[in-house]
Ligand binder design. Structure first.
Ligand SMILES: [Zn+2]
Length: 221
């Protein structure tokens, strides 16, 4: 593998390490945030999708590594090494298809992550969340038993103002939670950016590599 190839791989690995570090910070934030269940669910989903994205990112890194190695074998006419690399894929075209599919999967998953990020940003910006007790309606219904002398007790439904949000339907987020969510959200955004930048870089690296492989390979590959 050439020096240039080594630089390409190390650049992608740096991206993976940076994304991993962001994910660890997100996990730290969520474990100490004491967020209400709905926000906590949002955080857990974002962590799950981020982790999945990073796994797909690592898969792409392996594929770039293999593409560059195949390119160097083709250039050096090391036919046996090239065949050995391709044996688990069947042939060069199938290998190329798998590589492109892995990049596409990473791109789609990163799109999901962008949605989570935008949703969380909105939650933080509004600095409040839907009241868990009344589900945003501001009122709660409760059963009241009416007992009057001379008649059997009757049950009626009484609507009253929610005592948690005082009828507003939303609860103001405490500043400590808001601060933690901001750190969480910043790290989530960073992962999205790192992966977007790397998708462009990875795409470029493999396209160039496959052109060279195509140019140098014999029809038997
Ligand atoms: Zn309420």
């Amino acid at each position: 593998m050439s020096d240039q190839d080594a630089v390409t791989i190390s650049k992608i690995r740096m991206g993976i390490d940076a994304a991993d570090a962001c994910l660890r910070k997100m996990i730290d934030c969520s474990s100490i945030s004491n967020a209400p269940p709905k926000i906590d669910n949002e955080l857990c989903s974002a962590i799950f999708v981020s982790d999945d994205c990073i796994q797909k990112f690592k898969k792409c890194e392996q594929f770039v590594d293999e593409s560059l190695r195949l390119e160097s074998y083709v250039k050096k006419q090391s036919k046996t090494k090239a065949m050995l690399l391709l044996v688990k894929y069947g042939n060069k075209d199938e290998f190329e298809r798998r590589v492109k599919s892995a990049i596409e999967q990473l791109s789609n998953r990163n799109g999901n992550l962008t949605d989570y990020s935008e949703k969380l940003t909105k939650t933080i910006q509004s600095a409040s969340y839907i009241c868990e007790k009344c589900d945003g309606t501001g009122t709660v219904e409760e059963q009241v038993i009416i007992r009057e002398s001379g008649s059997p007790p009757s049950v009626i439904l009484r609507t009253s103002c929610c005592n948690v949000c005082e009828g507003i339907g939303q609860t103001i987020m405490n500043p400590d939670l808001k601060r933690k969510l901001k750190v969480f959200s910043e790290n989530l955004n960073r992962i999205v950016c790192i992966i977007s930048n790397n998708i462009a870089f990875i795409n470029n690296a493999v396209s160039t590599s496959f052109l060279e492989i195509e140019r140098g390979s014999s029809s038997s590959l």
